[in-house]
Design a protein around this ligand. Structure first.
Ligand code: PLP
Ligand code: COI
Length: 341
């Protein structure tokens, strides 16, 4: 199959319209059989639930070309399960896991020419999403929904590729206690746009959000979880009920424990203690593992020993092992890599 003529090495994290997308509609209590379409546009009633009350959830995963030339995805079953959790919390119908996986296969196969080649540094980002499509004016769940998946080739999420980021401690909260921080709902991202713009205006790459109840513990950024590494090479990951259960973070925990033989602690991490860590990183599908060089807390600079020039030694090991598994260079735990082509 001939690949599209794209400058893969220089792709940013943006949207490019690819050939096909998947659509299934929910009506009268059931999902239709669904299928692929070339139409990238959606026509909606002005009163659709998504437009009025933001009843929507989504997922994000990637397709990779392996060293041997296969196209694979990474732990898509966990995206399917997380989307089920998001849908339930938002009173939306669940799109069944088996159908989610089948729809992914269809849409990736149909866009195989858009999956960046091995070694290009780019990947095919895949965005499953679901929204209320029928009209609602009283505040209640809609009757009809649409599930879709589109794909777009992407490069690194943060400009300049893998370089240490500078993060600021945000004065805004991302999630409420007992709210929706643990699911992947568009509403969590809408409210993060203002803090994001403010952070950028002040010269920061991203926000560090704190726990909304006490504002003393580290939660996450607008689009990634944190990982910290102690001076004696222990991995510490923040535990909280109001952060997104990152599939990348959960995979890093397994890689660290079972492949690299490192100790891992999943616990609350106080802002007051982060200066004691040697390394810090952001992890997520889009972020992969992006090193953090510095956190700025209202003018006070917290600098990690790994510095502003390169990834720390342990972060690099985690990055190499995780991406090695995703690109087929390293054998990962059973079932992590799903071969599509
Ligand atoms: N946290 C937030 C708020 C995110 O948007 C994402 C991205 O999906 C993550 C964490 C990382 O999750 P994952 O590793 O499953 O992509
Ligand atoms: C992802 O990593 O898939 C996300 O959804 C994060 C988003 C900021 C692009």
């Amino acid at each position: 199959m001939e690949k599209k003529n794209i400058d893969w090495e220089n792709l940013g994290f943006g949207y490019i319209t690819t050939d096909k997308r998947y659509v299934s509609n929910y009506k009268n209590g059931a999902w239709d059989e669904g299928g692929l379409t070339e139409d990238a546009n959606i026509t909606l009633n002005e009163c659709a639930g998504i437009l009025q009350y933001c009843q929507e959830c989504f997922e994000g995963l990637k397709a990779y070309t392996t060293e041997e030339g296969h196209i694979v995805t990474f732990r898509p079953d966990l995206n399917a399960e997380r989307m089920e959790d998001s849908a339930r919390r938002l009173e939306m119908p669940v799109f069944p896991k088996e159908r989610f996986l089948d729809a992914l296969d269809q849409v990736i196969k149909a866009n195989a020419a858009w999956v960046p080649p091995y070694g290009s540094g780019a990947t095919l980002y895949i965005r499953p999403y679901m929204f209320a499509s029928s009209p609602v004016i009283g505040v209640k769940p809609a009757e009809e929904y649409q599930f879709r998946i589109f794909t777009t080739p992407v490069g690194p999420y943060f400009k300049g590729g893998v370089h240490p980021l500078t993060i600021c401690v945000s004065d805004f909260d991302r999630a409420a206690p007992h709210g929706t921080g643990h699911i992947k709902a568009g509403l969590n991202y809408a409210m993060s746009l203002h803090p994001y713009v403010v952070a950028h205006q002040n010269g920061f790459d991203e926000n560090m959000y704190l726990d909304p109840a006490t504002r003393t513990y580290v939660e996450e950024t607008g689009g990634a979880n944190f990982i910290f590494i102690t001076k004696d090479h222990k991995i510490v990951v923040p535990k909280s009920d109001s952060i997104l259960p990152s599939i990348t973070r959960r995979s890093i925990v397994t890689v660290a424990k079972d492949i690299l033989g490192l100790e891992v602690e999943e616990r609350k991490v106080a802002l007051a203690e982060i200066g004691d860590f040697a390394e810090c990183g952001l992890c997520g599908t889009a972020a992969v593992i992006s090193p953090v060089g510095k956190v700025v807390d209202h003018g006070k600079e917290i600098c990690f020993a790994s510095g502003m020039e390169k990834m720390g030694e342990i972060t690099q090991k985690l990055y190499d092992t995780l991406t090695g598994i995703q690109m087929g260079r390293i054998e990962g735990p059973e079932g992590w890599v799903r071969r599509i082509l």
